[in-house]
Design a protein around this ligand. Structure first.
Ligand code: GLC
Length: 534
């Protein structure tokens, strides 16, 4: 099988509201992204995933869409979207839209009509029941909500203003596939698929079994004392992945990147052995990484065992829903460099969140004033408890505006007030400062992306973990044809010196990292890439 382009790519996630504001209203927009394409191109990412910018009441900041083929005015116009697709391509990059297929906004015309009576033409486009069963939503509490117009309850997997579509109705499927075709015809290179694992729910509405689990985890979405047996990962959802792949195939080789909560077997059911399902699914278990050689040794071995070639894993450490990776390493930039050395040299598609390349950190906001709807559900729970179990409840904290420079509003906007406050550390953590600093995280990432582009062993080669390395050191070999590279990463704070294969050091994290008389020297949190083939 010819390797599809999206197995070899590198992905950068843009949260449009926070990237760059071109029209001075304090909100990032499509023209803003357009004006930063040179930056992204020089940085070296190959694929841009843009979070939703379609018409929406913004109750869930765009993940509640009221018109899939129109642009929310604060983000721009259809012409801007078309220009963005064109310009991204002119820059030699690809563009991926965010497809929220599971649910619409409560303000979508389809839902208005569906809610209006029990016998309108769209009455069956959403999931209606006379009585709720015991199903809980992904955000906690019952997912059934009463609509007085019909005297019935509608189902919503996420929040009440995001009613789930009924894909058992062929008209719904056709309408959504036509939207997919609409954007593919405009040149989009594929989609990131929002909560794809809940697309189908049990046809018989059987009650979910009891579970002792309170908090859902990446590999098992059961939570709130309930198994998600009948609300998630139904066999029909796996089949739907294939149908969607077929629709995309009408337009060539398109990326389908799934947001799935589930174990390995479930994820593979969506990806399929033949690659005729989604193709790519985020490997979310690593969002909760521990900064240690042991952790990553275990993670990589597991991934290599569970997702061997031709499967391709996706290495992701941050996104718009979760704490930024740097939060989990005490905001230590040396550790961040090591983490991204790993992310950009392992066997897998790396996906980085805007600002991660400069080490942007999370803010801390009160729940009561959040724009994100989720914290409003949890104002009664002590923050200290939520933090201690590792939940990111107020997602505003990880969505603050991009820090371009040290001036007012971090160079993000010239408005009086930005949609979320700028992080106070923008004076030191910003693109301008880090571009000038040869030792910066930004420059390390730029160099690594360049190496990854030039040396196909990193995007296409095999991976073998190395054994017998000193404590706290992780190492692996990447190989493609006669090209061989060894990557060595020191997760400890002490310097290390040990013997390895003779090789040429083509990348070092710190000046002290070196290859000396057959020995490699790694400083604390240091790392190198050695070219070991001729
Ligand atoms: C996904 C998105 C998240 C959104 C939710 C509902 O998890 O990443 O931001 O709130 O789905 O669409």
């Amino acid at each position: 099988m010819k390797t599809p382009w999206y197995y070899k790519t590198t992905i950068y996630q843009i949260y449009p509201r926070s990237f760059y504001d071109s029209n001075h209203d304090g909100i990032g927009d499509l023209k803003g992204i357009l004006s930063k394409l040179d930056y992204l191109h020089k940085l070296g990412f190959e694929t841009l995933w843009i979070s939703p910018f379609f018409s929406s009441p913004q109750a869930d900041l765009g993940y509640d869409i009221s018109n899939y083929t129109d642009i929310a005015p604060e983000y721009g116009t259809m012409d801007d979207a078309l220009q963005l697709i064109e310009e991204v391509h002119k820059h030699g990059m690809r563009i991926v839209f965010d497809m929220v297929m599971n649910h619409t906004s409560i303000e979508h015309d389809w839902f208005r009509e569906s809610r209006s009576s029990r016998d309108n033409p769209k009455s069956d486009w959403y999931i209606w029941r006379d009585k709720p069963n015991n199903w809980k939503s992904m955000t906690g509490g019952s997912g059934w909500h009463y609509a007085k117009e019909r005297g019935q309850y509608y189902w919503s997997s996420f929040l009440p203003m995001q009613p789930d579509l009924n894909y058992r109705n062929p008209e719904v499927k056709k309408a959504m596939f036509d939207i997919v075709r609409f954007w593919l015809a405009k040149g989009v290179d594929g989609f990131r698929l929002d909560i794809f694992n809940v697309i189908y729910k049990d046809a018989e509405f059987r009650d979910n079994p009891f579970s002792t689990k309170l908090v859902p985890t990446e590999d098992d979405a059961s939570g709130f004392f309930q198994e998600s047996k009948y609300t998630m990962n139904q066999p029909e959802s796996f089949a739907f992945a294939k149908e969607l792949r077929n629709v995309c195939n009408e337009f060539g080789e398109k990326i389908l990147l799934g947001e799935i909560q589930g174990n390995t077997k479930t994820i593979k059911n969506y990806m399929t052995e033949k690659g005729d399902g989604l193709g790519l699914v985020f490997n979310f278990e690593m969002l909760n990484f521990k900064f240690s050689a042991d952790f990553f040794h275990r993670l990589i071995s597991k991934i290599e065992k569970d997702f061997p070639s031709p499967f391709m894993p996706v290495y992701v450490f941050s996104n718009h829903d979760r704490r930024r990776s740097i939060h989990r390493i005490n905001e230590d930039v040396r550790k961040a460099k090591l983490l991204h050395l790993l992310q950009l040299t392992v066997r897998g598609v790396p996906c980085m969140y805007y600002g991660e390349e400069i080490g942007m950190t999370d803010s801390k906001f009160s729940f009561g004033s959040a724009l994100d709807p989720i914290p409003h559900k949890y104002t009664f729970v002590p923050r200290i408890f939520l933090d201690s179990i590792g939940l990111t409840v107020n997602r505003d904290e990880v969505r603050t505006p991009m820090q371009w420079d040290g001036t007012k509003n971090a160079g993000f906007s010239s408005a009086q007030k930005t949609w979320l406050p700028i992080h106070e550390n923008h004076k030191t953590i910003n693109v301008e400062t880090e571009t000038k600093d040869v030792e910066s995280l930004l420059n390390a990432i730029r160099k690594l992306l360049k190496i990854r582009k030039e040396e196909s062993a990193f995007s296409e080669g095999t991976l073998d973990l190395l054994d017998n390395l000193p404590k706290d050191v992780l190492g692996y070999k990447r190989k493609s044809g006669t090209d061989e590279f060894v990557v060595l990463l020191n997760f400890g704070m002490k310097d290390k010196e040990f013997e390895v294969e003779q090789g040429n050091c083509i990348f070092r994290l710190s000046e002290k990292d070196a290859m000396k008389n057959n020995k490699v020297v790694l400083s604390g949190y240091g790392g190198v890439i050695l070219k070991v083939s001729q």
